[in-house]
Design a protein around this ligand. Structure first.
Ligand code: 5GP
Ligand code: MN
Length: 336
């Protein structure tokens, strides 16, 4: 285990540092990783961000993005960097299974492992932990890691601020979720003061879709949405032919589940998609309904109370039926 003094001593001289985050990275995963990268490059460290898989185009503009390595595309180089690292930062995840086969490489690496995360139930693989489930985003924790733990607010420059703003904006669903506290807004104000251009970041993330993506969204809402009024639940089911037909790319499905949740009575929304190797579920809920419990108990997943995910190796329709069979158990919570 590292304490804050030994962590500061460790970072006082140039080190070989790897940053990694969960597979299929979202805005918070990329924002917190590249944000911390932009902070540490100012101190002369040898730094590399390695993502387990690719990530959407609408996240590929952040400062430092050109230097990001994707493990599945540069496996040998990534493995060598992980084995050789002095420090590995694990951002926006807390279980090594979330970084696929990179997990065992990170576990075996000699590096100090530092976890910065806001998910429940962390696995015990780290040497230093900056972890708070009440944080709205890992990027919020990266900010407090730099400002409070390392006491280095002056190095939060425009690039750092831009990345961290992106992480907080995306994970808080544009500052809408209940964990977007006044403290979060103060952090965001600091980030804007440090150079983050809020309206421009919003444009780059939310107004950069392809025509196909919008037509795919229309298809999901018109043809794939099933509303179950007796359970205040809405399910969008997408098969692999739809993905091919609309040429759906990484990230194009993100956020579609929120349209199902936008119906007034709905307390639980699911987006269930047939990927090439497995069925992926994204669950969202309102209020205190525990979407993460369903993912954890039935779909080898987890997440937050209002936003969770999981997977299944069963055929698509079976997964949908399985979810429907679970709903009666939660009826009381769903119809209150
Ligand atoms: P999404 O539906 O956007 O994939 O994920 C929503 C939330 O659930 C995110 O916070 C994500 O980290 C978490 N999540 C998604 N899939 C999994 C999973 O398979 N396992 C765990 N533990 N968390 C997941
Ligand atoms: Mn996050």
């Amino acid at each position: 285990m590292l304490d804050i003094t030994s962590l500061n001593n460790l970072l006082a001289h140039p080190k070989k540092i790897v940053f990694t985050t969960h597979h299929k990275p979202d805005g918070d995963a990329m924002g917190s990783s590249v944000g911390l990268y932009n902070y540490l490059i100012q101190q002369g460290h040898h730094t590399t961000v390695i993502t387990p898989t690719d990530y959407p185009d609408f996240l590929s503009w952040m400062p430092g993005n050109a230097e990001v390595i994707i493990y599945t595309e540069k496996t040998a180089q990534s493995a060598a960097l992980i084995a050789d690292a002095d420090i590995i930062f694990c951002l926006d995840f807390n279980n090594l299974s979330r970084i696929n086969e990179m997990g065992e490489l990170v576990r075996a690496a000699k590096a100090y492992k530092i976890m910065i995360d806001h998910h429940l139930e962390p696995e015990d693989f780290d040497d230093f932990r900056h972890w708070d489930i009440n944080a709205c985003a890992a990027a919020q924790l990266v900010y407090s890691f730099i400002v409070d733990v390392l006491d280095n607010k002056k190095l939060v420059n425009k690039d750092v601020a831009t990345c961290l703003y992106t992480g907080i904006m995306t994970d808080s669903a544009s500052f809408r979720l209940p964990n977007t506290t006044s403290a979060v807004h103060r952090v965001v104000a600091d980030l804007i003061d440090a150079g983050a251009v809020n309206w421009r970041i919003h444009e780059l993330v939310y107004n950069s879709a392809s025509e196909n993506r919008l037509r795919f969204l229309g298809h999901c809402l018109s043809n794939c949405l099933e509303v179950l009024p007796e359970f205040n639940t809405a399910i969008i089911t997408v098969n692999k032919h739809d993905l091919e037909k609309y040429d759906v790319n990484t990230g194009d499905t993100e956020g579609i589940v929120n349209y199902a949740l936008s119906i007034a009575s709905i307390r639980l929304a699911a987006f269930i998609v047939e990927r090439s190797d497995k069925v992926k579920l994204s669950l969202r809920s309102k209020g205190d309904f525990p979407a993460n419990e369903i993912c954890k108990l039935y779909f080898s997943g987890g997440g937050h109370r209002n936003a969770a995910g999981g997977v299944s190796s069963a055929p698509l329709q079976e997964v949908v039926n399985q979810l429907k069979l679970i709903l009666p158990e939660y009826k009381k919570l769903l119809i209150q």
